[in-house]
Design a protein around this ligand. Structure first.
Ligand SMILES: Cc1ncc(C[n+]2csc(CCOP(=O)(O)OP(=O)(O)O)c2C)c(N)n1
Length: 803
């Protein structure tokens, strides 16, 4: 092992020594956090712990190569890195462990995520972008293994876009695309499909991405022999290595305890990625896990005595210590002094974190106790109330649950009593919820003035001689206007670029706006979404195209785990206003006519789900979304591109409002609620129903998430007294969601004279062909008969039995 003062930058040996000792100090500090953190869990103060012990030294090296403006997309082992870039203090580390809901004290997620899930803040208190080029940036970690990979691709690709696309205002976002996106992943997690999909895509795109594999040979208890072919990820990825004829990767290997070589390796990786925009894989070998995987178990159960002994000897901190002494940088005594000081510092940090966590909760406890004292005096059940109060008083370190649960139990003892003391308790409980519920439930969507829900409707207007055109022309011309008006917008997906999407809604736009802004991608839905998330995190306005709604399932984990939780889990400190464009609803067969809407709706809360019935409405949704800062899924009607629509004369100004339904036909007998392609069938059916004397009102939901914010549906039902939800998803799918909104949220039960009905597809995926469709999804006859049956039941005289 050699000592490597940074001669290129002419630092003196003394400076070099200082830097090494600072690094060692941080490695020890981080280790102390892990050791104490585990104890905090085992003694019950924190619920769960997963720490970065055994991975400290390579993270110090990575941090040295990480520049302002760069981005990290990593996982729960990276506390040392976060400390090294100045984004995490020991006190914040413990605040995370305790789930402190105060964002100032727990800046990673205000207690929403378990410790070890890291972020930096991209947005200020008003939701405005900070200058991301002047700070170190970390995208927000998630727990699903390899879940950080798709977004890493987008973070890296943003640099490419900033470099290559002219006309984007990069101020505050990029310095000519010189930023590197740094990923970290455990060796076992490289078994995931998301890892391989990302690796391939980054090689194709040639983006400045450096992915480090922290290799400790295990994935919890499962050894590399069950995880990775040849037990070696860099070995099997050799085919990705670039050579003189082919672009590809630079693949580097280094031992995770070899401080000097780690620093050299990371500097080399940084230079190649930054200057050449080449992706790099650093396989960091021979790492250890001194305390085992997490606080949930102990590694003695699955590691042999020899392995445990080897880990002791190869602990990266121990090895770094040995190297410092061997190299004459300092003495054993001096290092012992550092270790002692760090133990003390971390212990104090832990104490402070616990005290600041507990104090406001104890204040609430005291507040309640004094209220309960009064309630007990005034209530006939004072004895029981005092008992509950005493139990609460005896808790030294209460949770909010202890306090609120006690208050609510006491309230039950006062049923039928009417005293000011009881009222005080009741008010206190209400206030407590008002104050505390947002700690856990706020920021699912934008809460700023940029929320797209605030964008007012602008209706389409038409010239008298407006032409009837194919729907695809409307969507195409609107995208043309979007790319013209928003230089930071771009679209990408399968067949999106060269041919202008499978339905020609982007025809000619690649020629006009270039291959970076209207781009073809490989067939890889999960990383198409990841590209979008990463680019949106860096201030671009990506539109990720999923070719058909049916194939969104391949990307659903990324949409659900990462995108939909992103604003929530950062408590509004990061946003990714990605628009996902897809097309769905009835066409042909099992995989081209899906409307797996129920699953989607329930898995992606945090994303707006919009289902325009035609292309004019769709165009209006894109226009609305681009003025806002939330992510959304727009499902265009797959069978609507060739249907004629009138060309508006204000295309780029149309805004379809989010969360607002539209009554497309007024009627008196029954309210029919539907959306998307099915709505057209409902419209046709309503015409036929008129011939038998049934006058239906039709409501187009348009926006499933959020749902009918103004409660217009219940207003219609209060008029007609009946309603039916018509949907092409399976029974209990989206129709159940819609029914819940109408009955539970809008309280429509009080206005209905007939049982609420849903008409859905069969429980299976739709069969192929016209008959397959007819026997699988609701047909016009099905809708007619279902509505007729409701009317028959209500009035058998006027509507005698049909069949
Ligand atoms: C998708 C998913 N599957 C399973 C898990 C449970 N899990 C958490 S960590 C882990 C092992 C990861 O091992 P590795 O990638 O080697 O990282 P290490 O923890 O060793 O640093 C597993 C299976 C998970 N979080 N996500």
């Amino acid at each position: 092992m050699q000592i490597i003062p940074d001669l290129k930058n002419n630092i003196s040996f003394n400076d070099f020594k200082t830097e090494v000792l600072n690094d060692y100090t941080l490695a020890v500090k981080s280790r102390e956090c892990s050791l104490l953190g585990r104890r905090e869990v085992l003694t019950g103060k924190a619920k769960f712990g997963i720490f970065g012990d055994g991975k400290e030294v390579p993270q110090l090296a990575m941090a040295k190569a990480f520049l302002k403006g760069d981005w990290r997309s990593g996982y729960y082992r990276d506390q040392t890195f976060m400390m090294a870039i100045g984004a995490l203090t020991p006190e914040q580390f413990f605040s995370g462990l305790y789930a402190n809901t105060n964002l100032d004290l727990e800046p990673m997620s205000a207690g929403r995520q378990m410790g070890g899930h890291f972020i930096t803040h991209s947005l200020d208190e008003n939701g405005d972008w900070k200058d991301l080029t002047k700070q170190y940036n970390s995208s927000p970690d998630i727990s699903p293994t390899a879940g950080q990979m798709p977004r890493l691709l987008g973070l890296a690709q943003a640099s490419k876009i900033f470099k290559e696309v002219k006309g984007i205002n990069t101020t505050g976002f990029s310095n000519n695309g010189n930023e590197v996106a740094w990923g970290t992943i455990g060796n076992a997690s490289t078994s995931e499909g998301l890892f391989f999909e990302t690796i391939n895509a980054a090689g194709v795109l040639q983006v400045p991405m450096v992915i480090s594999v922290w290799d400790d040979e295990y994935g919890i208890s499962v050894h590399a022999k069950h995880q990775t072919t040849k037990e070696n990820i860099s070995e099997i990825l050799k085919g990705f290595q670039r050579d003189k004829d082919n672009k590809g990767y630079e693949i580097l290997r280094v031992k995770g305890w070899d401080y000097a070589n780690l620093i050299e390796t990371y500097q080399e990786a940084s230079a190649i990625a930054r200057e050449e925009h080449v992706p790099i894989l650093i396989h960091v070998l021979e790492l250890t896990q001194p305390q085992g995987h997490s606080t949930s178990g102990s590694h003695e159960r699955y590691k042999s005595a020899e392995r445990l002994e080897w880990e002791k000897q190869h602990d990266c901190n121990t090895k770094m210590r040995e190297w410092i002494i061997e190299s004459g940088i300092t003495t054993n005594e001096a290092l012992t002094e550092i270790e002692r000081a760090m133990k003390k510092e971390v212990r104090n940090a832990k104490k402070n974190a616990w005290a600041t966590f507990l104090k406001p909760i104890q204040n609430e406890q005291q507040e309640l106790i004094s209220i309960l004292t009064n309630v007990a005096t005034s209530s006939v059940n004072g004895v029981f109330i005092n008992k509950l109060k005493d139990t609460l008083s005896a808790i030294d370190e209460p949770t909010r649950k202890d306090i609120l649960s006690c208050a609510r139990k006491v309230l039950r003892y006062t049923i039928g009593e009417y005293s000011t003391e009881k009222q005080q308790l009741s008010d206190w409980i209400n206030n407590c919820f008002e104050k505390n519920q947002p700690r856990f439930s706020s920021h699912l969507y934008s809460e700023t003035e940029k929320s797209p829900i605030l964008i007012k409707e602008v209706k389409a207007t038409y010239n008298d001689d407006a032409k009837q055109v194919d729907g695809r022309i409307i969507i195409r011309d609107n995208f043309d206007a979007i790319f013209n008006n928003y230089p930071e917008s771009l679209i990408f997906g399968e067949d999106t670029g060269n041919i202008g999407d499978v339905n020609q809604g982007l025809e000619g736009l690649q020629e006009k706006y270039g291959e970076y802004r209207v781009a073809d991608t490989g067939i890889r839905e999960a990383t198409i979404i990841g590209q979008g998330i990463g680019m949106a995190l860096r201030g671009l306005r990506p539109i990720a195209e999923i070719q058909y709604l049916d194939y969104i399932l391949y990307a659903l984990n990324v949409i659900s785990d990462d995108l939909s939780t992103l604003h929530y889990r950062t408590k509004g400190k990061q946003k990714a206003p990605l628009i996902i464009r897809t097309r769905g609803h009835r066409l042909e067969g099992i995989w081209h006519s899906g409307s797996q809407m129920g699953g989607i709706l329930n898995l992606i809360r945090g994303i707006h789900v919009l289902v325009p019935r035609n292309m004019t409405k769709a165009a209006g949704f894109y226009n609305t979304l681009l003025q806002g800062d939330d992510p959304a899924l727009v499902v265009e009607c797959l069978n609507g591109y060739r249907l004629k629509e009138k060309m508006p004369n204000n295309l780029s100004e149309i805004n379809t409002p989010i969360g607002v339904v539209e009554t497309v036909k007024e009627g008196t007998d029954i309210t029919l609620v539907s959306y998307g392609s099915t709505l057209r069938m409902v419209e046709q059916t309503a015409k036929e129903l008129l011939s038998v004397g049934i006058d239906a009102e039709i409501i187009d939901i348009q926006s499933l998430l959020p749902f009918d914010i103004n409660h217009d549906i219940v207003k219609s039902i209060s008029k007609t007294g009946r309603f039916m939800v018509i949907d092409e998803d399976v029974p209990g799918g989206a129709s159940a969601y819609i029914l819940n909104e109408i009955l539970n949220t809008q309280n429509a039960y009080q206005f209905i004279d007939s049982a609420p009905k849903t008409l859905t597809a069969k429980a299976h995926r739709p069969a192929y062909g016209n008959d397959g469709d007819y026997f699988s999804k609701p047909s016009i006859e099905d809708i007619f008969e279902a509505v007729y049956d409701v009317m028959h039941e209500a009035n058998p005289t006027d509507f005698p039995k049909l069949r």
